[in-house]
Design a protein around this ligand. Structure first.
Ligand SMILES: *Cc1c(COP(=O)(O)O)cnc(C)c1O
Length: 433
C-alpha cells in the first residue's frame, strides 16, 4: 500500500518510508491510498472475536501488503496485552475504557505498535534512528514506554515546562536508557513546532535519521481504530442493540480520525461527537465551516490543549474537503473547565463512575447529543489517577486510588534537560548529542 501526502506535492511512498519519516517532505501528513472495507458479514460475527483477533483483522487491512502475516500478528498481539472494556455508566451511555495499558493512556496502543513496526523495518539498518515526539502529557509517556529499550532507536520527548501533571512527567522523565526528556520553556504548540521544524531542516536531516511518533505518524494513529471495532463487538456481545454514536475527547484529533477510518472500513457508526475543551478550533469549524487555528490555552483536560490540530488535514482529505460532508458525520461540542468539573462531580455522585477531566468532556458532549434509541459510547482516554490532583479537587481528597503501575513510576527520579523555544537551541542540542 502506498501512502500519499495531504499536500500532494511529493510522490506517494511505501509504508516503511511513511513510518520512518513521519511527515512527508512537503510537510503534509501521510494517508493510505486506499481504505480496504470489511464485508458486511464480518460485523455479524465480530462479537465472537477477542480484541486481539479483531485488531489483527483490522491491521491486515492497513499493513497486510507490507508486513508478513506472522510478524503482523506478533506485533498486534504484543501491543494488545491488555483489555479494552466497555462499561455501562447510565441509561444508554457507555464508557470505552482505553486506559488499561502500561501507562494507563489510550496512546499506549499506537506507541507500542509503532515502536515494534519501526523495529521491524529497521532490522539490519546501520544508523541510529531518532524519534522526536512533542507531548502535552500522555503521548510522551506512551511513546517513551513503547520504545523503551528498543535497539537502534533513541527517543526525545519534548514537553511544556509546568504544563503536564506530576504523574505524566514521571512516566517519561524517569526511564533513562534510550529515552531523553526535553523540558521546553513554552507551550505544547511550541514543542510541536520545534519537532516540525526539525523535520524540515536540511542540515539536521543530513546529519541524523529523524522520525516522529506524534499522531502525525500513520503507525501511531491507525492502530487506534482497533478500539472502535472492539467497542462495537463488546456491545453486541453484551446484547446491546441500536445505532452507535462515539464521542471522542479530542486534541490533535488522531483518535477521532482513527474512528473515521473504522467507519470508512465499514464499521456501523451513526456519527461521531467531537468533544473539545476551550481549545475549540474544530467545534468552531463544524459550526461555521471556517478553520482558524490559534494558540492553545491551558485547561484541566491538558492532553486536549491543542490550538492547531494536526490530524485535521486528514479529516479534510477523507471527506474531499467538504464541510457539508464532514458535518454530516460529526457534531461538535465544547466545554469550559467549570463545566468539566461539574460533569465529573455529577457523574460521580449519581453513578459512582469516576471520570478523568478528558473523559468528562466526552461524556458531557455525548449526553448533550444522544437521541432516543441510540447507544452512546464515550472514549475514556485516561485513568483518573493520572489527574489525581484535579480529580480530588472536585471529588474530595482520598477518592483516587493510585494503581500499582503508576506507583512504580512515582518512585523514579526525574531526569530532563531544559531548553528554550528557539529552534536554533533544539537543533544545536540534537547535533551535539
Ligand atoms: C491525547 C489525549 C487526548 C486527545 O487525543 P487526540 O488523538 O490528540 O485528539 C485526549 N485525552 C487524553 C487523556 C489524551 O492523552
Amino acid at each position: 500500500m502506498k501512502y500519499y501526502s495531504t499536500n500532494k506535492s511529493v510522490p506517494p511512498v511505501a509504508l516503511m518510508e511513511a513510518v520512518t519519516k513521519g511527515l512527508a517532505n512537503d510537510n503534509g501528513l501521510f494517508m493510505p491510498e486506499r481504505i480496504l472495507k470489511f464485508h458486511p458479514s464480518f460485523f455479524d460475527r465480530i462479537h465472537q472475536m477477542s480484541f486481539q483477533e479483531i485488531a489483527f483483522e483490522v491491521a491486515k487491512r492497513f499493513f497486510g501488503e507490507d508486513v508478513p502475516e506472522n510478524t503482523l500478528k506478533e506485533l498486534v498481539y504484543d501491543t494488545l496485552s491488555f483489555d479494552c472494556p466497555v462499561v455501562k455508566v447510565n441509561d444508554s451511555v457507555y464508557s470505552l475504557e482505553l486506559f488499561h495499558g502500561p501507562t494507563l493512556a489510550f496512546k499506549d496502543v499506537g506507541g507500542r505498535f509503532m515502536a515494534r513496526l519501526l523495529g521491524y523495518f529497521l532490522q539490519g539498518f546501520k544508523k541510529e534512528v531518532n524519534v522526536l515526539v512533542a507531548t502535552s502529557g500522555d503521548t510522551g509517556s506512551a511513546v517513551a514506554n513503547g520504545f523503551y529499550d528498543v535497539p537502534g532507536i533513541k527517543v526525545y520527548v519534548l514537553y511544556p515546562k509546568g504544563l503536564v501533571s506530576d504523574i505524566q512527567e514521571k512516566q517519561f522523565t524517569t526511564l533513562g536508557k534510550n529515552i531523553t526528556a526535553l523540558e521546553i520553556d513554552g507551550t505544547f504548540d511550541d514543542c510541536q513546532r520545534l519537532v516540525k521544524s526539525a523535520f524540515l531542516d536540511q542540515e539536521l536531516n543530513e546529519a541524523l535519521v529523524l522520525t516522529s511518533a506524534n499522531s502525525i505518524n500513520v503507525a501511531r494513529f491507525l492502530p487506534q481504530s482497533f478500539y472502535y471495532f472492539n467497542a462495537y463487538a463488546r456491545l453486541r456481545e453484551a446484547g446491546v442493540s441500536g445505532d452507535i454514536v462515539f464521542s471522542v475527547p479530542s486534541g490533535n484529533f488522531g483518535n477521532l480520525t482513527a474512528g473515521l477510518f473504522a467507519k470508512f472500513m465499514g464499521l456501523p457508526v451513526k456519527r461521531f461527537v467531537a468533544a473539545n475543551n476551550e481549545n475549540d478550533i474544530v467545534y468552531k469549524y463544524l459550526q461555521s465551516g471556517n478553520y482558524e487555528p490559534r494558540p492553545s490555552v491551558a485547561t484541566i483536560a491538558n492532553a486536549m490543549d491543542v490550538g492547531a490540530p494536526s490530524n485535521f488535514a486528514r479529516i479534510l482529505e477523507l471527506y474531499n474537503h467538504s464541510h457539508q460532508n464532514i458535518a454530516a458525520d460529526m457534531v461538535g461540542y465544547r466545554y469550559s473547565d467549570q463545566e468539566i468539573r461539574e460533569t465529573m462531580k455529577e457523574v460521580y455522585t449519581e453513578t459512582n463512575y469516576m471520570l478523568d477531566p478528558h473523559g468528562a468532556v466526552g461524556y458531557r458532549a455525548l449526553k448533550a447529543d444522544l437521541k432516543l434509541g441510540e447507544v452512546g459510547v464515550f472514549l475514556e482516554t485516561a485513568h483518573p489517577a493520572k489527574f489525581t490532583e484535579t480529580v480530588e479537587s472536585v471529588l474530595g481528597a482520598g477518592t483516587v486510588v493510585l494503581p500499582e503501575k503508576l506507583r512504580a513510576f512515582m518512585k523514579g527520579e526525574k531526569l530532563s534537560i531544559p531548553l528554550s523555544t528557539e529552534f536554533a537551541d533544539f537543533k544545536q542540542f540534537l547535533l551535539n548529542k
